[in-house]
Design a protein around this ligand. Structure first.
Ligand code: SF4
Length: 675
């Protein structure tokens, strides 16, 4: 008999809801959930084929311990005892700072929360981080500082009501296809689409205005837009009354050049400034941003300037308007919210209805710093849950050296990954379809996944509990069901405090903030539009940030004359561990390529299909076949991030940009050679 289980797509941050049809403990069909406000039954090619990886024969089924350089299958009991013994040894021999943990944006909120509990109550380390560090930490920092909540201020359905959608450094057509459907639906109703991106991506092709900006110079262009709005008096004065530090912002803008100079600097035709300002002041406008802003020079400032444009034009807190950072993995938002508990506490003042940020401490190592610390011997031990840093971290060869240098490495995942290869112990986790818990999507919607089939490995929350108990903490990790973890988590995270599994299930997800006012009651739950009348800051007002221009850290030169843009492709996801095991997706794309501009190719005698070698100043090089493409500007190349055969992060720099400690992945300088 066929069973049906409601679940959430494990890939991108859109968080599409679907129904898994299960026959005899096998998922036989994936059907989009028509009742879901997220996707109204729609699924992209990745989401509709998730069943192809879940029960793939490559799944890890038993724990592995490395003996004499080879992995040996062991029973759970033996693996957990071995880990506990080594964790204790590390804690005895070294200080707690020598311990580092990587959480996962692919695991549930409950599991991420529990990992923080393990860090603080058992391993006594503050070194715990997750992959948002590599992507959307700057969006979280920028928007929590300016508006109070580091998340999308709007919803997908509200996006459809926009009259203008300005997409900065994002390619939702490939990375968030169902969000792109909402965007196209707005376009069909008359909305104008603006795309600012160095690459003429599939999204840019649908734009009414496409601005082919130079990589890493978005901050200057946004400043030009701000200046134009201010000089022409086309700002929303009512909104400015709801803001703090506008005067400081004006002062800081003054020395940063005039509109003409700024446009020259970022190599953008000045006419776009007038055209775009004309559109966004008419609005209502939604401002979307992706990794093109957060992983480039400027980083947090890039996102803050997008927030400034929203404030100056009054495009926040109303229908069809808002700011919308697109999250890459399905639980980047949730994993970051769980981290909020550890680093900073968002406190809700029930009288003023304001939320404010209490910084607790930030002395811990970021995921990027952990790698450096492992390399220099300061970090001795890492416990990595559901992350593949040997592929995803910048300067991958340095990351691999760091992993090799560890005294003890535990990796928990559903497949043998490039990172797990270096582990001392590999633990088989469970996929989203084999456990119950919550994920939070990019529009702040907390949704439930239900155990649809028997776990092939073990649910990650159960593994964490086993390790904690084996380390001697029997009291705090006695959970029998993720619901109990969720109830405990609510005591620590105000934004989630009014939520319950039942309410989430009944509504096909609920958008946070959802504060508990008193026992049994909720407040502001499921608000699709934030900041209608107040911002979640102590003063209730939005804050204008301090701004400046941050040029790219590396300039192309005669030895490395090209700039490398990297991103995912439609039919693959992240480091490919799941999607490269899906037959349907491999039929669409199964090998890496180098996108080269036609004129550059002509000059260098390159044809589509020629093998190219791409090398970087760090001495590393990779190879892939050329694909002549009009997506790429002259002196730029594009490569997808999803293929281990051409590991693009061998070429990227580990340089951290600013307080977000996010690396400058975009725009690495490289040389291109036909081989
Ligand atoms: Fe999954 Fe994203 Fe596709 Fe939706 S858009 S089905 S969440 S990959």
């Amino acid at each position: 008999m066929m069973d049906k289980h409601y679940s959430v797509c494990p890939y991108c941050g859109t968080g599409c809801s679907f129904i898994l049809h299960v026959d005899n403990d096998r998922i036989v069909k994936v059907e989009g959930n028509k009742d879901s406000p997220v996707n109204k039954g729609m699924l992209c090619v990745k989401g509709s084929t998730v069943n192809e990886f879940i029960q793939h024969p490559d799944r890890l089924r038993k724990p592995l311990i490395k003996r004499d350089g080879k992995f040996v299958e062991v029973e759970w009991d033996e693996a957990i005892k071995y880990i506990a013994k080594n964790f204790k040894r590390i804690l005895d021999e070294y200080e707690p700072r020598s311990f580092s943990i990587l959480n996962s944006a692919r695991c549930t909120n409950e599991e991420n929360f529990l990992m923080y509990e393990l860090a603080s109550k058992v391993l006594m380390t503050q070194n715990i981080d997750q992959c948002a560090r590599l992507c959307h930490m700057p969006s979280g920092i920028a928007y929590s500082k300016m508006f109070g909540i580091g998340a999308m201020s709007t919803s997908y359905q509200n996006l459809e009501k926009s009259k203008v959608i300005m997409i900065c450094g994002a390619n939702p057509a490939e990375q968030h296809p169902i969000i792109f459907n909402w965007i196209m639906s707005a376009k069909r109703k008359g909305a104008k689409i603006i795309v600012i991106d160095p690459r003429r991506s599939s999204t840019a092709r649908q734009a009414d205005i496409y601005v082919p900006i130079e990589e890493g110079k978005d901050d200057a262009f946004f400043i030009a837009l701000c200046k134009y709005l201010i000089q022409n008096g086309t700002v929303d004065w009512k909104m400015l009354e709801r803001c703090e530090d506008y005067e400081f912002f004006l002062e800081e803008l003054k020395p940063l050049g005039d509109v003409k100079e700024l446009c020259e600097y970022c190599n953008v035709d000045e006419k776009y400034v007038k055209e775009i300002c004309g559109l966004i002041t008419k609005g209502p406008t939604t401002f979307i941003n992706g990794l093109g802003l957060t992983e480039s020079a400027g980083c947090v400032t890039n996102v803050e300037l997008v927030g400034c444009l929203a404030l100056l034009t009054g495009n926040i807190g109303k229908e069809g308007a808002g700011v919308a950072p697109l999250r890459g993995q399905n639980n980047v938002q949730g994993a970051t919210d769980m981290q909020t508990m550890y680093y900073r506490k968002l406190k809700f003042d029930r009288k003023t209805k304001a939320c404010y940020l209490d910084k607790i401490f930030d002395r811990s190592l970021s995921s990027t710093e952990m790698v450096e610390a492992a390399l220099n011997g300061q970090v001795k031990c890492m416990y990595i849950m559901g992350e593949n840093i040997a592929m995803s971290h910048p300067n991958a060869s340095m990351t691999i050296d760091a992993l090799k240098n560890l005294d003890f490495l535990v990796v928990q995942d559903i497949f043998m990954t490039e990172t797990a290869e270096f582990a001392h112990v590999v633990l088989p986790g469970a996929s989203f379809a084999e456990k119950t818990g919550t994920f939070t999507n990019a529009e702040r919607r907390v949704q439930l996944v239900h155990e649809a089939i028997k776990p092939i490995g073990k649910p990650d929350w159960e593994i964490i509990c086993l390790i904690a108990k084996a380390m001697g903490n029997k009291k705090d990790f006695n959970y029998k069901h993720p619901k109990q973890i969720f109830e405990n988590m609510k005591n620590h995270i105000d934004l989630y405090s009014g939520l319950s599994y039942d309410a989430i299930d009944k509504n096909y997800g609920i958008q946070f903030p959802c504060f508990k006012i008193k026992e049994g009651s909720q407040s502001f739950c499921n608000e699709d539009i934030l900041y209608r009348s107040f911002f979640y800051r102590k003063s209730g007002k939005a804050l204008f940030p301090t701004v400046s221009i941050y040029p790219p850290s590396m300039k192309a030169n005669r030895y490395f004359p090209f700039r490398l843009i990297t991103a995912g492709v439609l039919a693959q996801y992240q480091t490919g561990t799941m999607t490269r095991r899906c037959k349907t997706l491999n039929k669409i794309i199964s090998e890496p390529f180098v996108g080269v501009n036609a004129e550059d190719a002509k000059e260098m005698g390159i044809n589509t299909g020629d093998m190219l070698e791409i090398s970087a100043p760090n001495g590393q090089s990779i190879r892939a076949k050329a694909k002549i493409s009009d997506e790429v500007k002259r002196k730029y190349i594009f490569m997808p991030v999803n293929f281990r055969e051409a590991r693009v992060n061998m070429l990227t720099s580990e340089k951290l940009i600013d307080i977000s400690k996010t690396p400058e992945y975009k725009g690495a300088i490289v040389n291109v050679k036909k081989v």
